[in-house]
Design a protein around this ligand. Structure first.
Ligand code: ATP
Ligand code: MG
Length: 321
């Protein structure tokens, strides 16, 4: 067995001339939660579909615990909650889960036993005889998650499991994921548009944009990378302060607010500001610090990508999408 639970090597997926997944390579380790973030159309769902074997790559390859993508062995190890689940309109919750269990290869008896277990675990027991198609969005997401777990997979691929949910239901889903990882030593790949939402749950960030993997890092490392501080300073002579900082720091005058300075060296900056204020005989009205969130870093990276890709990619390449 491979030491990695998922390995992708230079995997590319084109739809006609349009490249949805662009030469992605990655290695995922067991027992971790990977957050896949990126804007609409970045290639998150396509990447998951490639791992699930429901799409074939145009080039490149990959494996699941050493088994080639789309092989029966790989499929047995994967559980998948798609972005959009269409439930058979007449099926009740119990029937649906049991049926999905049978489809995944469990015997009728085992599927029934597993269904009972999951109904309990996902607090769906009292709704088991109701039609899933009539459930609320949050309950449907839970059923979709339970369905992904029906055959005891080792890896869960969750495509936007919290989309369109209220904050309480979102938290509930994320808590469930966290608990499942702890109890069953699962590996999870979870996609979302909202990085801050995943921040407390994931151990690694996979940032994807225009089909390319632009960041693959442990969450702590990503937070450190993005840990750019902002210092707000307001003095009796902001112009003078600004000219003192020019050349050394990235500073700008914000009317009505003061001087906004961004830096990764906050301690040195504070010392320099105090020195300039003191030596320039200025009066200090405000000195406050702000830490950039991971989300604003994400936005910055996406901006960078957008600017870069405008020049790199031939616009006509996208026209065939
Ligand atoms: N079957 C298909 N045929 C043609 N283009 C496709 C197909 N599937 C996906 N695409 C295109 O590939 C790109 C990536 O789509 P994908 O669904 O993977 O993005 P995503 O990151 O999941 O986006 P979202 O956040 O909106 O779910 C999009 O531009 C999409 O239009
Ligand atoms: Mg998607």
């Amino acid at each position: 067995m491979s030491e990695y639970c998922i390995e992708l090597s230079n995997i590319t997926k084109r739809f006609g001339k349009f490249t949805a997944v662009d030469n992605i390579s990655l290695k995922l380790e067991s027992g971790r939660i990977y957050g896949m973030v990126g804007p609409n159309g970045a290639g998150k769902s396509t990447t998951m579909a490639l791992i699930m074997g429901s799409l074939f790559p145009t080039s490149g390859n990959g494996s699941v615990f050493g088994h080639p993508l789309a092989s029966p062995e790989a499929l047995k190890l994967l559980g998948y909650s798609p972005e959009f689940t269409s439930f058979y309109s007449d099926m009740k919750c119990y029937e649906y889960l049991w049926y999905m269990g049978c489809l995944s290869g469990l015997s009728s008896k085992d599927a029934a036993r597993r269904t009972e277990e999951l109904l309990e675990q996902f607090e769906l027991k009292e709704h088991k005889d109701r039609k899933v198609a009539k459930f609320s969005t949050g309950m449907k997401k839970k059923v979709s998650l339970a369905q992904a777990m029906i055959h005891h997979p080792k890896i869960l691929l969750l495509d936007e499991p919290t989309a369109n949910l209220d904050p309480t239901s979102r938290q509930e889903i994320l808590d469930t994921v966290r608990r499942m990882v702890q109890d069953e030593h699962l590996t999870v790949m979870i996609s979302s548009h909202v990085l801050t939402e995943l921040e407390t749950v994931i151990s690694h960030v996979l940032m994807i944009d225009h089909g390319r993997l632009i960041l693959n890092a442990p969450i702590a490392e990503a937070q450190e990378m993005f840990k750019q501080g902002i210092l707000w300073v307001d003095t009796s002579d902001n112009e003078k302060l600004l000219s003192g900082l020019a050349g050394t720091y990235n500073a700008e005058l914000v009317p009505g607010e003061g001087v906004r300075i961004t830096t990764k060296e906050m301690d040195a900056l504070k010392k320099d500001v105090v020195r300039l204020v003191y030596s320039g005989g200025m009066q200090l009205n405000r000195l406050s610090e702000e830490v950039l969130s991971l989300d604003s870093l994400y936005r910055q990276m996406m901006e960078g990508e957008k600017n870069g890709s405008d020049t790199e990619k031939d616009a006509s390449e996208n026209a065939g999408a």
